[in-house]
Design a protein around this ligand. Structure first.
Ligand code: DX5
Ligand code: ZN
Length: 224
C-alpha cells in the first residue's frame, strides 16, 4: 500500500498542531519532519523539542528526515522524542552501517537517504539493514523546488534490486511531488510519497491531501 507523507516544512509553523490535525482528519497515517542544521544543508528547521511537543499532539507516525552532519549524535534523541522512522543521508555517514543499526537499536525504522548526485550502488552493502530508502528528487534544503526526473530511474533500480535480492525495504520519494508526477513515481515502485508544498502550500491541506491520495490510489489500481 502506498502512503502519502505530508511534509510539515510547508505548513504554517504558528499553527502546526492544527495543520497536522487537518491532514490526520483527511486520513493521513504519517507526517514527514525535515530536520536541517544549516551545515549539511543551507537551512535550519526543526529540532528535538518540536518533535517532542508534536508527539503529544498527534498519534500519527513521525518520519524524521535528518539533513544534519553527525546524525549519530542526535538520531537516538529523535527516537526518544517520538519518531518511529528516522532516516540519515548516505553523504553524512562514513559509517552508515553503524548509523542505521543505531536507529534500529533504539527501536525505530531506519532509512538511508540518497541525494540526487549519489548513486544507488553506494547502498548495496546495507540494503539488508534498511527499513526504507529515501530517494531525493530535489537537492535537500528547501521545499517548493522542481522535481528532478533522474529520481524515477533510481526508484526503478531499487525496486529491481529488492525483487532480485528478496528484500523488503520500502522506497520513499521526497521533493517536488505534484498531482502530475505522483503517478509516475508510484508506477516506478515507490511506496511512500512525501509532499510538502502540494499539500500545505494550499489554502485547504485536507482537500489537497485527499487529491494526492486519490491520484495515488488510481495509479495503484493500474499497477496491481
Ligand atoms: C527538502 C525536504 C522535503 C521538502 C519537500 O529538503 O527534504 O521534505 O519538505 O517539499 P516539497 O514537497 O515542497 O518539494
Ligand atoms: Zn524531507
Amino acid at each position: 500500500m502506498v502512503e502519502i507523507a505530508p511534509s510539515i516544512l510547508a505548513a504554517d509553523f504558528s499553527r502546526l498542531g492544527e495543520e497536522i490535525q487537518a491532514v490526520q482528519n483527511a486520513g493521513a497515517s504519517m507526517i514527514h519532519i525535515d530536520v536541517m542544521d544549516g551545515r549539511f544543508v543551507p537551512n535550519i528547521t526543526i529540532g528535538v523539542p518540536v518533535v517532542r511537543s508534536l508527539r503529544s499532539a498527534t498519534d500519527l507516525t513521525f518520519d524524521c528526515h535528518l539533513m544534519i552532519e553527525d546524525p549519530d549524535r542526535y538520531s537516538p534523541e529523535f527516537v526518544r522524542a517520538g519518531a518511529q522512522m528516522v532516516s540519515v543521508h548516505q553523504e553524512t555517514c562514513p559509517h552508515l552501517h553503524r548509523s542505521l543499526q543505531l536507529i534500529r537499536d533504539h527501536g525505530a525504522l531506519a532509512g538511508a537517504v540518497l541525494n540526487p548526485a549519489t548513486p544507488v550502488h553506494t547502498l548495496d552493502d546495507v540494503l539488508d539493514l534498511v527499513d526504507y530508502v529515501l530517494v531525493m528528487s530535489v537537492n535537500p534544503g528547501f521545499g517548493g523546488q522542481k522535481f528532478l526526473p533522474l529520481a524515477v530511474e533510481k526508484i526503478r533500480r531499487l525496486d529491481r534490486i529488492r525483487q532480485e535480492r528478496n528484500l523488503a525495504f520500502r522506497i520513499e520519494i521526497d521533493g517536488g511531488i505534484t498531482l502530475d508526477n505522483v503517478g509516475e513515481v508510484i508506477r516506478a515502485g515507490c511506496d511512500i510519497v512525501v509532499a510538502g508544498t502540494t499539500i500545505f502550500g494550499t489554502p485547504d491541506p485536507a482537500q489537497a491531501f485527499d487529491a494526492v491520495r486519490r491520484a495515488a490510489e488510481q495509479t495503484q489500481l493500474l499497477r496491481a
